[in-house]
Design a protein around this ligand. Structure first.
Ligand code: ADP
Ligand code: ADP
Length: 224
């Protein structure tokens, strides 16, 4: 599986050119998109996630045209946005069950099994009956991964996930991503170098809307 981005450009209505001819080949595994604030990371992530359009260029997930076949992409996509808000007065178990209904998993018993497996995988089983409002930052992020994993996605987009996490939570979150990232594409956007060098098989550096370097972390770091 591969995500192929070719000559993607985007200028916002206010004249800011957020993406300039971005081309990237993203294979299976964890891919790190590293860049400073304002580099264009979220613009690229939202475009891949079918939440906004580009002006020119293409994005292909194998033979699926991401910018055209949005419904098909959404069926195989998991997304953890930068500002991930949770409903404070529902429990993790309840919300995952509701989201599974929205994903089209109609059978109650099947949902129960899927939700239980996700809560176990993200280490939230013991907190499943707690309201999300009482979760720590790290627990919220892990819940964000659980919801992104609903429906067995082939591609997961994680936008600036570790901001505000303490080191222990960050480690736990990293381990979870590594586990998931063996068989699917995970794109991790971050401004933290070690998030990428610790976790990712491949990476790109983006600044001012342009890809500056791409490759495996070791070779990219050597070129800096
Ligand atoms: P588009 O060109 O995709 O239609 P717009 O420029 O119309 O995008 O902006 C979309 C939304 O983003 C608007 O609600 C706007 O207020 C908001 N927005 C504008 N500038 C910024 C910015 N610098 N960063 C984040 N959001 C912004
Ligand atoms: P990053 O995620 O790397 O911080 P962004 O993609 O959020 O970068 O932003 C890239 C540039 O585009 C910035 O200059 C930002 O202010 C601008 N921008 C982002 N979203 C919008 C928007 N909706 N409307 C106008 N400008 C935007």
């Amino acid at each position: 599986m591969a995500l192929t981005i070719t000559n993607l450009s985007k200028t916002y209505a206010n004249g800011v050119q957020a993406l300039k001819n971005v081309s990237l080949d993203i294979p299976t595994g964890m891919f790190g998109l590293l860049g400073p604030n304002g580099a264009g990371k979220s613009s690229l992530m939202r475009t891949i996630a079918t939440l906004q359009d580009a002006d020119t260029g293409s994005i292909m997930l194998d033979d699926l045209d991401v910018l055209q076949d949005k419904d098909a992409v959404r069926r195989v996509l998991g997304y953890l946005p930068q500002e991930f808000g949770v409903y404070p007065r529902v429990t993790a178990e309840e919300l995952l069950d509701h989201l599974a209904v929205l994903k089209g998993i109609a059978n109650k018993k099947e949902r129960k099994e899927i939700v239980e497996a996700l809560l176990q995988q993200t280490n939230l089983w013991n907190a499943r009956k707690k309201n999300l409002g009482g979760y720590s930052g790290g627990m919220k992020q892990r819940f964000g991964i659980a919801q992104a994993l609903l429906g067995n996605p082939k591609l997961i987009i994680v936008d600036e996930p570790t901001a505000g996490l303490d080191p222990a939570e960050r480690n736990r979150f990293h381990n979870l991503l590594s586990e998931i990232g063996e068989h699917i594409i995970i794109i991790l956007s971050t401004h933290i170098v070690s998030d990428v060098t610790d976790l990712c098989r491949n990476m790109a550096i983006i600044s001012q809307g342009q890809v500056r370097l791409t490759g495996d972390p070791l070779s990219v770091m050597e070129q800096l």
